[in-house]
Structure formats: structure tokens, C-alpha cells
Design a protein around this ligand. Structure first.
Ligand code: ATP
Length: 270
């Protein structure tokens, strides 16, 4: 069977309501929504609409979610691929995939291209020059730079890319006319964790009087993705115990379980 080249979603349902916290980042991407919806408003005054922005922050903090919400709010198609898909790819495939992605996005413009884990292709060049797969990575990166430089001012495709390692990226990516804006997406503080709990508790049958302030305080260092996991895990634990609603103890058990999982992950890394 033919491998999927990239993901394409022409009717994105995600909106800013699905993204809890991240007020600063949402404000910054609101401008991108406006560029996509009303490009003439900017171009008639002679301004150049930016081509790309980098979403920078730890794993699971909502970078993909935010990029999708931009497409959903602007009502434009969302094209995405992950940098990690390019690892171990045959020579020539990476560059042609990038070419195809941009071609499709231009045909469907206005549109959003999202590249997750851009560090997998965008690491600074010239290290480990001996390995073949590294050459392929460079070809892919060069194609990406070529595509972004080739955009006319009226193309109206905006490229968002996500990374948790902006420091290792090739500086060429950050040059003017490429990913020349950085938007920070940080781990949530206690108030933001409460908002994230609110979003992910929506679909659950909750016991009366569930204390969200308490849950938010019990989860320091948790990302949005961790909190989404806690909520789902709590519902499964409650169901397993034959309960009619998800209660405080289920959440505490779920928090313990997620912390256990996080500790295991860290052990493998160190
Ligand atoms: P990675 O760097 O690992 O790709 P990411 O920053 O792109 O992570 P997402 O994939 O957007 O993170 O987040 C995973 C899931 O976690 C989301 O689909 C959502 O369910 C939940 N989530 C993360 N952040 C938030 C948030 N700010 N508000 C609501 N839900 C969130």
C-alpha cells in the first residue's frame, strides 16, 4: 500500500475554546488568523504577511492543538507532517514529500501547514556529516527553505512549526521571511491547569462537588497532555470500580498512575 504523504484536514473543528490557558500565545496566533481571513487588509498598505512562525515549548503543552485551532478559527485547511517521519527515509523521498505538501497547500490556499518536531529535519547542518541519513535530512531541510523562499507575497499559506529545542535549530530557518517569529508555549501554572481540567472534564460524568482547585494543586509540572490523560484515566478507574460518576479518589489514583508513568519515562532517558 502507498504510504501516506502527509495529513490533510479540510474541515478543522478545533477552536480557541479547546485551548485552555496560553493567553499570550493565543493572542499572537490571533494575528495569524486575521492574516488568513483578511489578507487584503494588510497587503493594501504594502505590508508583507509573515510566512512562518515557530511554536516553542515542552512536549504536550498544546502546540499542535494551537496550530489546529488557528486553522479552525480561520476556517482554512490544515496540512501537517512530523519531522520524525523523515528519519530513516530513502534518499529523495523527504524533499519530494515537502514539495508535494507545499504544492497541495498552495492549491488549497488560504491554508496552514504544520510541521511537528521540526528539529528532526531542522537541526543545525554540518554535524555527523559522515552518515547517509544526515545527507537526506539536509536535502529535506534545503527543500523546506526553498519552498518558503519561493512563496510569493500573495500565496497566503502560513507555515507553523513546533519544537521543544529551538536552540539546536539551523539558524537559516529563523532568517527573515522564514520562521522569523517565535511563540512560546509553556507548561501551565496552577490557574491554567484548572482551565485545562475544565476543558477535559467536559465530557465526563463527575461526582458532585469535585474540587478543581485541589486537583490543580495536586498536579505541579503536568502538561496539558498529562492532564488530559489524568481525566481519561480517572474515568476508566471509576468505570472499572463500577461507579456511576468519577470522584476525587479516582482522580487521585489517576494522578498517581500518571506520575508513575512519567517517572518511568525519565528513567529511560537518564
Ligand atoms: P508535542 O510536543 O509532544 O507534540 P504538543 O505541544 O504538540 O506536544 P499537543 O499534541 O497539542 O501538544 O497536546 C496533546 C493533547 O493534550 C491535546 O490534544 C489536548 O488534549 C491536551 N492539551 C495540551 N495542552 C492543552 C491546553 N493548553 N488546553 C487543552 N488541552 C491541552
Amino acid at each position: 500500500s502507498k504510504a501516506k504523504l502527509f495529513d490533510q484536514n479540510t474541515e478543522v473543528k478545533t477552536s480557541f475554546k479547546d485551548v485552555a490557558g496560553l493567553e499570550g500565545a493565543k493572542e499572537e496566533v490571533q494575528e495569524i488568523v486575521d492574516f488568513l481571513k483578511f489578507p487584503e487588509k494588510y497587503t493594501t498598505l504594502g505590508g508583507k504577511i509573515p510566512k512562518g512562525a515557530l511554536l516553542v515549548g515542552p512536549p504536550g503543552t498544546g502546540k499542535t492543538l494551537l496550530a489546529k485551532a488557528v486553522a479552525g478559527e480561520a476556517k482554512v485547511p490544515f496540512f501537517s507532517l512530523s519531522g520524525s517521519d523523515f528519519v530513516e527515509m530513502f534518499v529523495g523521498v523527504g524533499a519530494s514529500r515537502v514539495r508535494d505538501l507545499f504544492k497541495q497547500a498552495k492549491e488549497k490556499s488560504p491554508s496552514i501547514i504544520f510541521i511537528d518536531e521540526i528539529d528532526a529535519i531542522g537541526r543545525a547542518r554540518g554535524k555527523n556529516a559522515m552518515s547517509g541519513s544526515n545527507d537526506e535530512r539536509e536535502n529535506t531541510l534545503n527543500q523546506l527553505l526553498t519552498e518558503m523562499d519561493g512563496f510569493g507575497t500573495n500565496t497566503n499559506v502560513i507555515v507553523l512549526a513546533a519544537t521543544n529545542r529551538a536552540d539546536i535549530l539551523d539558524k537559516a530557518l529563523m532568517r527573515a521571511g522564514r520562521f522569523d517569529r517565535q511563540i512560546f508555549v509553556d507548561l501551565p501554572d496552577v490557574r491554567e491547569r484548572k482551565e485545562i481540567f475544565e476543558v477535559h472534564l467536559r465530557p465526563l460524568k463527575k461526582a458532585k462537588g469535585l474540587d478543581l482547585d485541589f486537583l490543580s494543586k495536586q498536579t505541579p509540572g503536568f502538561s496539558g497532555a498529562d492532564i488530559a490523560n489524568v481525566c481519561n484515566e480517572a474515568a476508566l478507574i471509576a468505570a472499572r470500580n463500577g461507579k456511576k460518576a468519577v470522584d476525587k479518589q479516582d482522580f487521585l489514583d489517576a494522578v498517581d498512575r500518571i506520575i508513575g508513568g512519567l517517572e518511568k519515562k525519565n528513567k529511560i532517558i537518564t
